[in-house]
Ligand binder design. Sequence first.
Ligand SMILES: Nc1ncnc2c1ncn2[C@@H]1O[C@H](COP(=O)(O)OP(=O)(O)OP(=O)(O)O)[C@@H](O)[C@H]1O
Length: 587
Amino acid sequence: MKNISATLAIVWRIAIPYFRSEDKWAGRGLLAAVVAIELSLVAIDVLVNQWQNRFYSALQAYDFNTFMREIWIFIGLASAFVALAVYQLYLNQWLQIRWRRWLTRHYLGEWLDDATHYRMQLKGDAADNPDQRITDDVKTFVEQTLTIGLGLLSSIVTLFSFVIILWGLSNNAPLHLFGLDVAIPGYLVWGALLYAVLGTALTHWIGAPLVNLNFEQQRYEADFRFNLVRVRENSEQIALLKGEGAERGRLLHRFDFVIGNWYAIMSRTKRLTMFTASYQQAAVIFPYVLVAPAYFAKKIQLGDMMQTASAFSSVQRALSFFVTAYRSLAEWRAVVARLDGFEMAVSSAANIAAHEPTIGVASSGGSKAIALEQLLVKLPNGKPLVAADAFTIEPSERVLVTGPSGAGKSTLFRAVAGVWPFGTGRIAVPEQSRLMMLPQRPYFPVGPLGDAVIYPAERGTVASDKIRDALIAVGLPDLAERLEEDGHWNRMLSLGEQQRLGLARALLHTPDYLFLDEATASLDEPSEARLYRLLAEKLPLATIVSIGHRSTLDAVHTRKVALVKDGEIHVLGNGGAPAEKEPSAAG
Ligand SMILES: Nc1ncnc2c1ncn2[C@@H]1O[C@H](COP(=O)(O)OP(=O)(O)OP(=O)(O)O)[C@@H](O)[C@H]1O
């Protein structure tokens, strides 16, 4: 019970924001229409039930005129039913897509906002496969919540309407046992109740493990798909390393989990279906058995008996809502748990600062320099990695950061960019200054080359001529003619070409601070020096901070600083050895 109310509280929390959002009027209107139609359908059921009594009584009495009138009444009721059923489905689907659109936008916004997606990964990926949660889980949640919610509503209203009818019928058809009338008021209602309660209890007992099994199934499926995508993304490396055998093994191993869990679901579903199918079949004759003695004792008419059987089955169906919907309920609870996990992971990644001390990145007021104060950058597990204090980077400086591999240079850059929260201290960044990070392997979205180069700027915000000039300047004249060509540029270009494209991106964005994390490491040394001279020429006011291992980089920077080992951590020293030459004089 506690579990059920906790699940319902989560459902409420996930579902309600849509009905308070900017789309609330459409959402509420559609929901009201769908609910109204559902109630009308129950009303038609009640009318058909009463119709059955009149119809079968007319048959028993060989009353042709009544028979014909009832046929017309039935045609009227059936037509209304068809029209309502069609519009109920149509409006339901309409509500589903609007709700899903809102929820998807909402989740995408939260996930992509302020590097939350990256922090979620850093925190150990508490919510596995966010892609699946934003696609399949949102879709299933919306569909199932509506289906189950409406099913429950319809069951409750059906129950109340038919319990009243059945109570009345119990008095018309008293329980007739061994030639005696037994006076149990509303015995048909009690019979239906007992039948349904027993059925629900047994269903829950047999089907309970399905909730967990479904949760696991969705996770295994998503894991398998994610690993297939990884193979596709890294297919060149895998082919070069001849890693196909290893990949097949790994993929099949993951797929084994899908299969294993599926067998468990199959065997559990088999048991559950065996029970629910028998239960439903028995429900067909159970009411006849209950009223047959009264009928054969000629206490009631055929019409009463047929109406009773149909009312009984309506009550029983309504009470057995959980029996019939068990599988969907199990799936739905798994999806609710997954979306809840996703929301928790997003909010804990977005609010890291609220739970633990973090690195504060703030505006440096009037100063034009970047300043690191009492900074201690840590790993996600809390282990200290690199420290810096009273360290400043002045405007237009060209700083080269060196240090042993794994010392924490890239992590320091991530902290300055504001995406690495683990640690303490303060980083002051000049107000409204534009920072740009260029990694060793720049990211290019799949699509036209022009869009990939100017990313993350929107298409059309940079003139094609400018993009072309930038590509020519970085030494990619051939690509300058292919701006409209669609492609997966990370896969199609050499790493050196990708790094040139990255520099073209920097030229187009004209940042105030440009951080190059081994962003030219795949170029030959003369090309690297040429590109650094190009940056100096095209971005004369920009501050450039580079990470690099090559000694030839010294010549194109004005200051060199090193991460020096100090006990367990590395420390960023201020005012390191000056570079050998000014950038303008470089080779
Ligand atoms: N997301 C992460 N989770 C756990 N540890 C991490 C994570 N990112 C980096 N590290 C660890 O932090 C340390 C520093 O990594 P970083 O990439 O900053 O080093 P680096 O100095 O730039 O090295 P290199 O010169 O080889 O690029 C490494 O030991 C690395 O394993």
